[in-house]
Design a protein around this ligand. Structure first.
Ligand SMILES: *Cc1c(COP(=O)(O)O)cnc(C)c1O
Length: 395
């Protein structure tokens, strides 16, 4: 066998192994804008799988702002932020985000990055080094795990929402620089981290609290400022990452923290420094999105979402499968087996519903699940239809 054929054989064998475990994942090409109805192969599907919690990803006003931004600033930024890629739109977006988050963070400044994944790598690898210790929540998002690995710090994983174990780990640590790292809303379970307890421990032990608010920003809190508003927290030790690709309906992410933290990131966060600035038009479009989120319409959309969550919590009962009935837009139904989860996902698809079928390594082995995500854009009738379909398929 020639060498290149041998290399490909290794990959084919690995793909075959995935296939046998029902772990092959497939993409579907969506032909319409993100929304409660998606067009695939010319056929409409009722979609409960996006993270577009407020129904803004397909909003015409934001699309118009994006077009306006493109006509003003062009398509590409041309360079990294520290060379010539930092536009007036990026600067205004950062000022706006800092003002939004300032009730919760002392001397708040914000930094816009091209994605939540990049933001998490940037923050953790810039704040932790070989001499540091990272206390990482068991159910953290992959990007937080990868950021911790990139930093080369010592990593101690604490069990899900277990403050007692975390306290013991912090007490036993000899590291000078400590970081507690957590999702705010857990992306696959939908529950909320005990942030007040985590912050108290961080204050007691002099640790940073890194909060990934990907599923909280725009959704939680009266004004949609996210998990910190939800718990009415204020601190100079919190570093908050909010994604702007989910509830905000556009793309990118921000870090909000004390101005000294942000200045350090600007100088030294490699995923920020060594990457071309994202198109200024995106930052321009986000100004419109943030205005909607903070205003009356944002509040109405959060209320509409809350009504769908309540509807699910009250009505989604099953006999074998286990709905977790979280208090957020993320509503998993645990099935367990990979193949059974795939079969359920396909059966829903046949009935015109698109729900995420999530398997390892995204979730722990034996906990494969349907991941239903609710949006302000879903109607009561639409959700009733989905719940009836899930109950029917379980039987
Ligand atoms: C989606 C997600 C990210 C990544 O954000 P992107 O903007 O999609 O790169 C980070 N953390 C969590 C918890 C997420 O769910």
């Amino acid at each position: 066998m020639s060498r290149d054929v041998a290399l490909l054989e290794v990959l084919r064998a690995r793909l075959d192994a995935l296939s046998q475990q029902h772990l092959i994942r497939q993409r579907r090409a969506v032909e319409s804008a993100c929304g409660p109805q998606l067009m695939i192969d010319g056929r409409p599907l009722s979609a409960f799988c996006s993270n577009d919690y407020l129904g803004l990803a397909g909003d015409a006003r934001i699309a118009e702002a994006l077009a306006e931004g493109a006509s003003r600033y062009g398509t590409g930024s041309g360079a990294s932020h520290l060379i010539s890629g930092h536009s007036a739109a990026h600067a205004l977006l950062e000022e706006t985000l800092a003002a939004i988050m300032s009730p919760h963070l002392a001397r708040c400044r914000a930094l816009y990055l091209s994605s939540g994944y990049i933001a998490n790598l940037a923050v953790i690898a810039a704040l932790a080094d070989k001499q540091s210790e990272i206390f990482s929540e068991e159910l953290n998002h992959a990007s937080l795990i990868d950021g911790a690995r990139l930093s080369r710090a010592k990593i101690s994983v604490y069990p899900h929402s277990d403050l007692d174990t975390l306290a013991k780990l912090l007490a036993a640590s000899t590291a000078q620089n400590k970081l507690v790292v957590t999702d705010s809303v857990f992306s696959m379970d939908g529950d909320i981290a005990p942030l007040p307890g985590l912050l108290a421990l961080c204050e007691q032990y002099g640790a940073w609290l890194i909060v990934d608010d990907a599923h909280g920003f725009g959704v939680l809190g009266e004004q949609g400022r996210g998990a910190l508003e939800h718990f009415a927290l204020h601190s100079s030790q919190i570093v908050l990452i909010g994604t702007l690709s989910k509830a905000a309906g556009v793309a990118g992410a921000f870090v909000a923290a004390h101005e000294t933290v942000i200045e350090w990131l600007v100088q030294r966060a490699r995923p920020y420094v060594y990457s071309t600035a994202s198109p200024p038009a995106l930052a321009h479009a986000l100004l419109t999105s943030l205005k909607i989120i903070a205003g009356d319409e944002g509040r109405q959309r959060r209320q509409a979402l809350a009504a769908r969550i309540a509807q699910w919590q009250q009505a989604m009962t099953l006999s074998r499968w286990q709905p977790l009935r979280s208090s957020t837009a993320i509503q998993p139904v645990i099935i367990g087996d990979n193949e059974a989860t795939m079969v359920a996902g396909r059966a829903l698809h046949e009935r015109g519903y698109w729900v995420g079928s999530v398997r390892p390594p995204t979730v722990p082995k034996g906990t494969s699940r349907l991941r239903v995500t609710l949006s302000a854009a879903h109607t009561e009738v639409q959700l009733d239809g989905l719940m009836a379909a899930i109950a029917d398929i379980e039987r």
